[in-house]
Design a protein around this ligand. Sequence first.
Ligand SMILES: Cc1cc2nc3c(=O)[nH]c(=O)nc-3n(C[C@H](O)[C@H](O)[C@H](O)COP(=O)(O)OP(=O)(O)OC[C@H]3O[C@@H](n4cnc5c(N)ncnc54)[C@H](O)[C@@H]3O)c2cc1C
Length: 470
Amino acid sequence: MGPRRSSSRGGAGHALVLGAGISGLCAARALSGFFERVTVVERDTFPEPSDVRRGVPQGAHVHSLTPGGAQVLAELFPGLVEELAADGGTLAGALDELDIVFFGSRLRQVPLGRVLQVSRPFLEDRLRERVRALPGVTLRSGLEATAPIVTGPLAAGPARVGGARVGPARLARPGDPDSAEAVHADLVVDAMGRAGRGATWLRSLGYRAPATARLAVDVAYASRRYRVAPGALGRAKGVLIGATTTRPRGGVLTQQEHDAWVLSLYGFGKDDHPPAAPERFLDFAADLLPAGTLTALRNAEPITGVSSFAYPASLRRDFHRLRRLPDGLISTGDALCSLNPIYGAGMTVAALEARALRRCLAAGPAGLPRRFYREAARAVRLPWLFSTMADRAMPQVPGTHPAVAGLLATAFRATMRAAADDTRVATAVWNAVSLTGSPAELAAPRVMAAVLRHWSPGTTPRTAPPRGKD
Ligand SMILES: Cc1cc2nc3c(=O)[nH]c(=O)nc-3n(C[C@H](O)[C@H](O)[C@H](O)COP(=O)(O)OP(=O)(O)OC[C@H]3O[C@@H](n4cnc5c(N)ncnc54)[C@H](O)[C@@H]3O)c2cc1C
């Protein structure tokens, strides 16, 4: 039995989603209505809202949702953005309440709508509630997927993945493989994150693993949450200072739900990784944040310790290029493409892939994996291109010819200088990074002309200190 709409109540068959992160929850939403039953299996047990959980340690760090991502989430979960805002999330005026400095220049503060700022655990908690309420959807936690179940002949013929074996999560010691239960399903969705079990499973079934594009960025994060005295940070609800070629460090300070603020600091390369020691944490930000902002943070009440996260490389698995794929298995989210988090596009891409899955399901079950991967590759293309181009401009990221890296850096610098002066360029840049507009806006003649006016190869970048309450 496969996915099909059989009545107004929903479809037929059973879909199994492995992993209840953002991509798993969005996929479950896309599947409900096309399958009679959807089971989501998650290795973690769910904590209290606002707790960072073991399977998603990145939840301690800033998780910006792009306006483009918010639009797609709102399509999948109508009313979600309003609900999150009403329940304590921060809505920040973009760009007038955000102070954004990329490649050394501040983005002109043109009013272009509002962005939702919430923590990852808060967002995930609300998504989980929504998914649990969907008809036919069951969430099972504390269970780990260990292997695919195959129906039909193996590599020699048209094998089909018909479910997965799941067992008690191995928390401290290896699980007992005999205790694994066979969960049969017509479609299995690997949403288990960047470790890439779906790709490994393909190999174990005799298929080729997908070619993987990898860009070693060696970025590390450190983050801490604060309660800041009202008014101490002026009217800004977010400050984002990107790295430059000569100062490969950046930071994001964001007001989130219930007036908590999170500061995430990051750096490219070992020498610029932020410290995990609480007493040295803010020192790292001394040449990033304006003095007033730094003072406000030094006087603020820390509400967590400092969490660290190492992100070695962006990677993209090109499932869409595989000539042979089994039916019944797809990978989505970070399992498909994991982007350098400093560009804040991972959740947006996960939501876009869920939307693509929904479209593919609506067109019927035949050849679903191949059709899905083709659409997902389209969703991934631009965010991958933007993030890897920006990373390749950094001399700290190996593998790019210095002349190319220099050219990219000059282009980003010139664009951002133009975006500091020119409303149209600022709008085009914001629409590109927020994944709301077409990147063709950046190639519009007036935008290009403004960028060319600021083009000065080889000059040292201006590293404008961000505006703030000094
Ligand atoms: C430091 C950092 C900061 C980030 N900041 C941003 C940001 O600002 N904006 C943004 O959009 N994105 C950001 N991201 C990226 C974002 O976290 C992911 O792209 C997004 O959450 C999609 O991931 P996912 O759901 O596919 O995987 P994950 O979030 O990794 O979830 C995978 C889930 O699968 C579960 N799981 C794993 N193995 C098994 C198994 N065998 N059986 C059952 N369950 C299993 C895990 O417990 C987990 O719940 C950031 C990432 C990092 C590392």
